[in-house]
Every structure is written in C-alpha cells, then in structure tokens.
Design a protein around this ligand. Structure first.
Ligand code: NAI
Ligand code: MG
Length: 500
C-alpha cells in the first residue's frame, strides 16, 4: 500500500501535487490502519483530496523516530548556528513557493489567497527567520554565589515535543510551533488539524528539501480523540504544545497529568473586549473594530467580539460601523477582492449559525447580517448585534465566526469590571487619543495582549498568550524559548570542604 497522493487544481487554473502521507523519518507513508480522511474545500463543501489518517499506532512510530533523531542527530549534537541555518533555508523555500502554498491554504481553509500570501505565509517566513536568529543565542548564565564554587545554568532542549494545531491559521500555527522548538534543539511530532492538513504536509516536503535530518520533524494528519489524545498521553513525549478550544485544552492537561507530567503550554479561546472611548479617532476606531471581529472570518482566538462604546459617541459609531461592515466583501478566496471567506467546515458553520439564532431568540437586535451568505459553501454574513443582554450566550461565549456584540457604556470604572468579567483573557483593545486614559485602561485589562488604537497586531518578536482560561505560557518572542528548554543548574566545587 502506498501513501495517498494529493492532486489539486485551483480555481485560478494553477495546480499542485504532493504526498498526502504521514511524514515520518523524512518519508511520506500510509497510516498503519490504511485509513484516510477527506479534505473539504469550505467554499464549495466538496471533497478535494484524501490524506493518511494517523491513530495511536502511527503516533508511536513517529515518537520513536523523533526520539532516535533527538538522541543521535539533533539536540545538542547539532550546534545552534547549524540549526539556525536549516531554519533559514526552510524560510527561503517557503518564500520561493509562496504562491503555491497560499493557493493550497485558500483551497483548504477558505481564506483569501491574497491574505494567505500577504499575512499567513509572510508571517510563517518571518517566524522561521526570527527563531533561526535565536538558535545560537539562547544560552544560560554564570550565577555568582561566592568564591567557593562556580555555578551556571544551561538551556537544554526538552526532548521530543508533541504539538497539536488548529485549522484557523494552519500554516502559521505550524510555524509558531516548529520554529522555536527546532531552534532550541528539540524534535517534533506535530498533528495538523483534520480540517486543514494540506499546507503542513506540503511544507514537510520543503523541510526535507531544506536538509533537516531524518526524524527531526514528524507530521501527521488525524483526529483529536485518536491521534491528538495519543500525543497528549504518550509516555515518551516530553512536552505538549496545544492551540485550540478551551475544552480540549483541559483534556490535554488531564492527559499530561495522569501520564508522565509532560510540560504543557496551551493557547486557547477568547472573548476579547474592544473599548472605544469618546475621544477616539472615530473613523479609525470603526475600521479597526470591524477588522477586529471579522478578520479571518472571525476565526481568531483574539477576535474583538465584545465592543464597548462610550455613550457620547455611540450613535455616530454605530452609523459608521454599519456602513463599514456592509462593505465587507464575502466570497470565494480566489476572487481578487474577497476579504471574508467561508467558515472552515459544516460543523463550524452550524455552530456560528446556532449562536446567531440564539442571539435573536434572546432578544438581541441584528443591526446587519444574521443570515447565511449565498447557497453553496459555509459562508456567514458579517453580523452585528446590539441591545444585547450582557449575560446572554452571544455576549459571553466564543462564537468563532464574524459576529460581534456592541454595548454602550457610561462609566469607565465600571467598564473595566465588565470588560474583565469573562473566563477568558487573551486579548483586548482600547481606542482613545488621550494617552493617559488609554494606557490606564490597557494596564487595567486582564489580557495577555492589549492593542491601543489598533487590532490584531502580531509580530514574531512579541509574546502572545492568555490570562485565565485563555491559556498557559506564551508563544512568540524570546519568551517562547522557555517553553522548549529545560534549565539545568550546575554547581562546580572550587574549595568547599566536604561536610562529612
Ligand atoms: P478543537 O480544540 O477540537 O481542535 C483543535 C485541535 O485539537 C485539532 O488538531 C484537533 O484534532 C485536536 N483535538 C481535538 N480533540 C482532541 C483531544 N481530545 N486530544 C487531543 N487533541 C484534540 O477545536 P474545534 O472543535 O476544531 O473547534 C471548536 C472551537 O474551538 C471553535 O469554535 C473555537 O471556539 C475554538 N478554537 C480555538 C482556536 C484557537 O486558535 N484558540 C482554534 C480552533 C478552535
Ligand atoms: Mg478543508
């Protein structure tokens, strides 16, 4: 039996062919069970490919490959500058293939090709290059205690890392996970999301071409309860990094706790507040607020889905927001001017439409949107709710679609309490021309990221992660290096007499 082959024809006429196998030991192989899973284009709801579907047996094989590689050809066996050069090579290869990769991502996930290229893959490349730079610069330090000994720390790789990623930014989450892990000398077993396996598998070919040794990066497609759970519970995986729902994040922690206590980092959901103070630049605030909730079809963990507008400017803000949201171009990602593609799957479409129905049933007012867009695929109209009960589901739960609730507020002190009244704490934003008021608000918000007069700004250098139920640990920046290193303290006796 051979691994399934993926043959894609894009709506713009382009083509791409690559293996849909499991990538283990630098080879594409079929699943042990021979099973495959269907890949769907969410713009049409039609199947575009089959890829190998891993389960626990395949995870075992991948972990063995990663362990062998860690012990023999990677980790501290390869100096940092060499690991960095491989990451740079991979970045160059992604750059050379960016048009093909963006088309694959668009077909599989639904996002516009222009955004896949201009944002997702541009950031993939930036991340690989950023962490390539760290590969020979992440070191321990000498800690001077007293003259009787030399004490220092080493930043050692953790070992074999399990990484589980979602479908909203398939390639970018792949890069956020592999770049810091490889820079610090770890080997990897990564599971791509079952909804969007293609860009990750295509990048595996580039990983091989870049020259990474056999077994350093292993990538499988598969479902959560089988392949994903096998990673979380594996006794020979030293660390697990997860991005996805808060519900599954809890399961990952439980699995780690009840097996080998592997290190856990989690990047989970959000219901982020976006606060518009009365002295904000109104045009700018409206544009960023619309972008904040609708970018990536609202499938962003940090989406600004609770907007709070100060009473004095509420009417004007809503008038302008309505015009802005109505101007959002929804459609197939291969049409040149599309900003908003479909939801990723039938399930996500149903979830989002379910929340919209719930909002209507709870008496909230639909300012615009509120329906499916078109008749084919999983498109949802960008939707603005007003007059929303702050305790209702649409006001408190993560919807993960292009749906925003807008509230009016009077008292800034009370607003901070309301904005922080959420189980989540991933991101927040505040709009104001008054620096003191803006920063005072930014510092009072319980969130891992606060944007001032902007939204959805992400840089490889700047940490990203959640307070409260939005996660554990930080990705990106220097901070993420600690997720992938064990700190070892070494005490060297210079002249301490033995006590016994
Ligand atoms: P999910 O959390 O089930 O899926 C994310 C990843 O976890 C996928 O690779 C999946 O296969 C894997 N997974 C699922 N169950 C698992 C298990 N028991 N053990 C190990 N891995 C498992 O998210 P889903 O169902 O696709 O989306 C549901 C909701 O989660 C969304 O509506 C959204 O609210 C949230 N979400 C948040 C994301 C984020 O970026 N923080 C990304 C995707 C979803
Ligand atoms: Mg798909």
């Amino acid at each position: 039996m051979s691994a399934p082959q993926v043959n894609l024809t894009f709506p713009n006429g382009g083509k791409s062919s690559f293996s849909g196998g499991l990538f283990i030991n630098n080879e594409f192989v079929p699943a042990q069970s021979g099973k495959t899973l269907a890949v769907i284009n969410p713009a049409t709801g039609k199947e575009i490919a089959q890829v190998a579907e891993a389960d626990a047996k395949d995870i075992d094989i991948a972990v063995k490959a990663a362990r062998e590689a860690y012990n023999n050809v990677w980790g501290e066996k390869v100096p940092g500058h060499k690991r960095g050069r491989l990451l740079l090579k991979l970045a160059d290869l992604v750059e050379q293939h960016i048009d093909e990769l963006a088309a694959i991502e668009s077909l599989d996930n639904g996002k516009p090709v222009s955004i896949a290229k201009g944002f997702d893959f541009t950031e993939v490349i930036a991340n690989l290059r950023y962490y390539a730079g760290w590969a020979d610069k992440n070191h321990g330090k000498v800690i001077e205690v007293d003259s009787s000994k030399l004490t220092y720390t080493r930043h050692e790789p953790v070992g074999v890392c399990g990484q589980i990623i979602p479908w909203n930014f398939p390639a970018l989450m792949f890069a956020w996970k592999i770049a810091p892990a490889l820079a610090t000398g770890n080997t990897i077993v990564l599971k791509v999301a079952e909804q969007t396996p293609l860009s990750g598998l295509r990048m595996c070919q580039l990983i091989k071409e870049a020259g990474f040794p056999t077994g350093v990066v292993n990538v499988v497609a598969g479902f959560g309860p089988t392949a994903g759970a096998a990673i979380a519970a594996h006794m020979d995986i030293d660390k697990v990094a997860f991005t996805g729902s808060t519900l599954v994040g809890r399961n990952i922690m439980k699995a780690a706790a009840s097996t080998n206590l592997k290190k856990v980092t989690l990047e989970l959901g959000g219901k982020s507040p976006n606060i518009i103070l009365k002295d904000a630049d109104l045009e700018q605030a409206v544009s960023w607020a619309a972008f904040g909730f609708s970018f990536n079809t609202g499938q962003c963990c940090c989406a600004g889905t609770r907007v709070y507008v100060e009473e004095a400017i509420y009417e004007k803000f809503m008038e302008k927001l309505l015009v802005k949201v109505k101007s959002i171009k929804t459609g197939d990602g291969f049409q040149g001017d599309t900003f908003q593609g479909p939801q990723v799957s039938q399930l996500q479409f149903d979830r989002v439409m379910g929340y919209i129905q719930q909002g209507k049933a709870d008496g909230a007012k639909v300012l615009t949107g509120g329906e499916r867009h078109g008749t084919e695929g999983y498109f949802v109209q960008p939707t603005v709710f007003t007059d929303v009960n702050p305790d209702s589901k649409i006001s408190r739960e993560e919807i993960f679609g292009p749906v925003v609730v807008v509230h009016k507020f009077k008292d800034q002190q009370d607003l901070i309490r309301i904005a922080n009244d959420s189980i989540y704490g991933l991101a927040a934003a505040v709009f104001s021309r008054d620096v003191s008021r803006a920063l005072e608000t930014a510092h009072a918000l319980k969130a891992g990221t606060v944007w001032v007069n902007c939204y959805n700004q992400i840089n490889p250098q700047v940490p990203f992660g959640g307070y409260k139920a939005s996660g554990i640990g930080r990705e990106l920046g220097e901070y993420a290096l600690s997720n992938y290193t064990n700190v070892k303290a070494v005490h060297v006796n210079l002249n301490i007499p033995a006590p016994l």
